[in-house]
Ligand binder design. Structure first.
Ligand SMILES: Nc1ncnc2c1ncn2[C@@H]1O[C@H](COP(=O)(O)OP(=O)(O)OP(=O)(O)O)[C@@H](O)[C@H]1O
Ligand SMILES: [Mg+2]
Length: 232
């Protein structure tokens, strides 16, 4: 029997967030609350533009909120300056953006090893892991290519591998299976299944195939997160 509930690893409290488009103010979130425990697998889904990517960006500290607090590992993200936030993020959070964000002047392998450098760790300790992950996601033959030379699906895979390189405790993954063929989708599903219960995983996806993996599913709706009941 569990006597006390575990401390949440991620906690959003009374979050408000708006965007300005021209003169128009678009209210996206208001008094939004979210908590996630260590090693939970959470899916965010819902229609385009409802705020899924923004939620991940808020948790990663890449988008500042108007109001409320964002706590990750008991650190208040708002208390960090940009430099300490980048260091904290690089060692604790693996991020896969919807739109890649690889450095165009670095090769695939160098991009994958970039978080190692940012976290001020020894590159040689991670080279084997990088090659193993490249093999696992059918990308070894592209290790020395520049990002502009690879396809959209390959680009996403590099971003996925890069998020795993430091074996971070938290993974924030935006649309991992978009643009992927069946073989790669299967490799990604397998990786997520393997990490389930060992990492805190937050995935944005439209893919119902991922839903059964989720402990909880949320839809950004009406300024907050609505929990989806059932897996249909
Ligand atoms: N930097 C920005 N400036 C202005 N508006 C923004 C900005 N970022 C997001 N938005 C707006 O906020 C809303 C939510 O965007 P978000 O990217 O979180 O949606 P999403 O649910 O991830 O959509 P999709 O499924 O298409 O990726 C959208 O209406 C979007 O236009
Ligand atoms: Mg999005």
């Amino acid at each position: 029997m569990q006597l006390s509930s575990p401390t949440p690893i991620i906690e959003l409290k009374t979050i408000s967030k708006h965007f300005k488009v021209g003169k128009e103010k678009i209210e996206l979130f208001k008094d939004l609350e979210f908590q996630c425990n260590e090693n939970e697998f959470v899916v965010f889904t819902g229609p385009s533009g409802c705020g899924k990517t923004t939620i991940l960006q808020i948790i990663a500290g890449l988008t500042r909120v108007d109001q409320g607090t964002v706590r990750v590992f008991d650190h208040n993200i708002n208390d960090f300056n940009e430099e300490s936030l980048a260091l904290f993020r690089s060692s604790t959070i693996g991020l896969v953006f919807q739109l890649g964000h690889l450095i165009e002047t670095l090769t695939v392998l160098e991009n994958i090893l970039l978080p190692v450098e940012l976290a001020q760790r020894e590159e040689k300790d991670y080279e084997k892991r990088a090659w193993d992950l490249l093999e696992e996601f059918y990308m070894a033959h592209r290790a020395h290519s520049l990002p502009r030379m690879i396809s959209g699906g390959e680009y996403q895979r590099v971003a996925f591998i890069r998020s795993l390189i430091l074996d971070p405790q938290i993974l924030l993954i935006d649309e991992p299976t978009a643009n992927q063929d069946e073989r790669t989708k299967a490799a990604i599903f397998q990786k997520l299944a393997q990490l389930k219960g060992k990492k805190t995983i937050l995935v944005v996806t439209h893919s119902r195939d991922i839903f059964p993996q989720a402990d909880r599913i949320f839809i950004p709706d009406n300024f907050r997160l609505r929990e989806k009941n059932g897996l249909s």
